[in-house]
Design a protein around this ligand. Sequence first.
Ligand SMILES: *Cc1c(COP(=O)(O)O)cnc(C)c1O
Length: 402
Amino acid sequence: MDIARLIKAEERRQANTISLIASENYAPSVIRAAVGSVLMNKYSEGYPGKRYYGGNEVVDKIEQAAQAAARKLFGAEHANVQPYSGTPANLAVYNALLDIDDTVMGMSLAHGGHLSHGHKVSFSSKAYKFVQYGVDPKTGLLDYGEIRKLARIFKPKLIVCGATAYPRAIDFKKFAVIAREVEAYVLADISHIAGLIAAGLHQNPTKYCDVVTTTTHKTLRGPRGAIILCKKELAAKIDKAVFPGIQGGPHNNITAAKAICLQNATTVAFKQYARQIIKNAKALAAALEAEGIKVCSGGTDTHLILVDLSPLKITGQEAETALEKVGIVVNKNMIPGDIRSPLDPSGLRLGVPAATTRGMREAEMRKLAGLINQVVRQPKSKVVLERVKKEIGKLCKKFLIK
Ligand SMILES: *Cc1c(COP(=O)(O)O)cnc(C)c1O
């Protein structure tokens, strides 16, 4: 199989479809160039100034620049920029703060949490005793009273907050207050909303929480990877838990790309981008509701929307498949209280960071809502699918990926 041709094919697929996958973005070419740079040739186990290999004078500067950019962007005391991705970052934090079989609280996947927050198929739940909390199925909102009650019953050593499919603002301060009451550590996983936090559009947990993890490839629009932020007191523990705890040599090419992405996120242009993300998400949610499509929790404060398809005659898998046929790429998702299986749930998760990077604004969101509405109501109509596909083709030509 000729991989170079397949990469070209993927480039065409991305150009000719619109990603409404909430965790995806289009990284700029400077980031992609750093990822493809000669930095990938270098071994650098250890940390700046304390390496197990020679020849790291340049890599040390790059890693220090990434650490400084991360601390500055989020107002953190310490940053570890080596985690390979979001899941290993979370495992490293567990490795740093917990003993095997300790009790931890995390948000259930079915209610918007991440696999690495204690789902039964994840290593996290094999190593630690996870107690899962969720949202109030009626409102779709985090129920802090219930979370506090669970914390007082189970006395966890760590409470994990942050989500992967929660459309509303998260009150990290409230989590921190609950954690303090039961003498638990608190980890905020801001993977999805880091870009919004960087732009000052969502509460920043750095002040309140012991540790913060985030991926760099979602709203932050950087390379695939993650960082860990923490208070000074935990710095040595966290660093040791990443390397040599669960990782080997850092991916220096990615570290450089993380530095660029974190520096980019301080610019006025990035703040405008983040503001447009929220405007777009609100416009898409309102337009879907105007079409009679049910939106969980009645809207969004962030970059993502959860659509409840249960009043319609279509499942999440069927909707994902039909939308893919017309060039709208989304993912099926459980909705709070879902009675269907994760393989064919009742909902869709829609996110606008990638479409916003392409330059789309509220008018395009309203257009997309209309097109999505036609597809989910008539997923078997060839005429509808053909017509919508043409419209998506036009949008893709107008809003190019740079
Ligand atoms: C995406 C995500 C992760 C995991 O990131 P990977 O890089 O895919 O391992 C972890 N936590 C949350 C909340 C996420 O949204």
